[in-house]
Design a protein around this ligand. Sequence first.
Ligand code: R5P
Length: 317
Amino acid sequence: MKTSSHICVYSGSANPELSQAIADYLGLSLGKVHLTRFPDGENFCQFEENVRTADVFIIQPTCAPVNDNLMEMLIMIDAARRASAARITAVLPYFGYARQDRKDKPRVPISAKLVANMITTAGADRLITMDLHSQQIQGFFDIPMDHLYARPVLVPVLKEILGPDPVVVAPDSGSAKMAMYYCDMLEGGFAVVAKRRINATTVASSHLVGDVKDKVCVITDDLTSTAGTLCAAAKILKEKGAKKIYCAISHCMLGDKGKEKLLSTPEIEQLITTDAVPQPDDLGGKLKVVSVAPLLGEAIRRIHDGKSVSTLFYIKH
Ligand code: R5P
């Protein structure tokens, strides 16, 4: 890094509440940046203060509207680079396009790699993200990446809700590894559901491996968008005798249909998630939101100070 004297934290427009909470944790004010759109929809940004030699952090989860938020982040990075920031860290509490991380059918893109190229080309020197859909996406970047986990934040809350001896359930084979980590931290049992995706909005869960009879279960996953995966898993758990069913999801991105589905699925007691992406306030007690602002704020502080971030992977006692 070129010599950097000071830290500057900027927010894109995707999740200003989270950015403010991160700035509050750091005891800083958010930096001044003007973000707007031209009538034809183009994004525009201008830093309204000097960023020359600054250690710049740009906070922007690339959630819906995904393309607008992505483009806004890219032009913010570009503007900071052209304004001679010493180092630019893109902070993506949620990394959109992550599910398109492999070529599993003919003639499809690997969009997650394309997005990684775009972030690097724009001028990011490093990246902070959380609970990538697959760990391998780290390899799409040739710049340093700090990959954080929501688990250390969610597990203490889950311990209180679930009580002793819960069963952690992976709602599909892809989420089995994540569920195993939760299993270790919660000291519980493990089960996995066999899921088949019929199309982008419909899934079918057919088999369950593991014993859930009379158990309090928690379904863990990196994200939900239609709630289809969660509701299908909850139904099969209930059929197999689960006592109570909760969900712990890092990135909850329910649209109107997803919210309706969650509300009309009595098998799920509550969905516990983070504020990595903005959360709706019309789900009442069905949704519990735990803030990851201290986790991200501490990561930013440690990166700026050149300290290790690996202690953030574990629960604070
Ligand atoms: C898939 O592999 C992901 O981990 C999620 O299980 C999935 O994307 C959730 O989508 P939905 O809520 O639409 O079922």
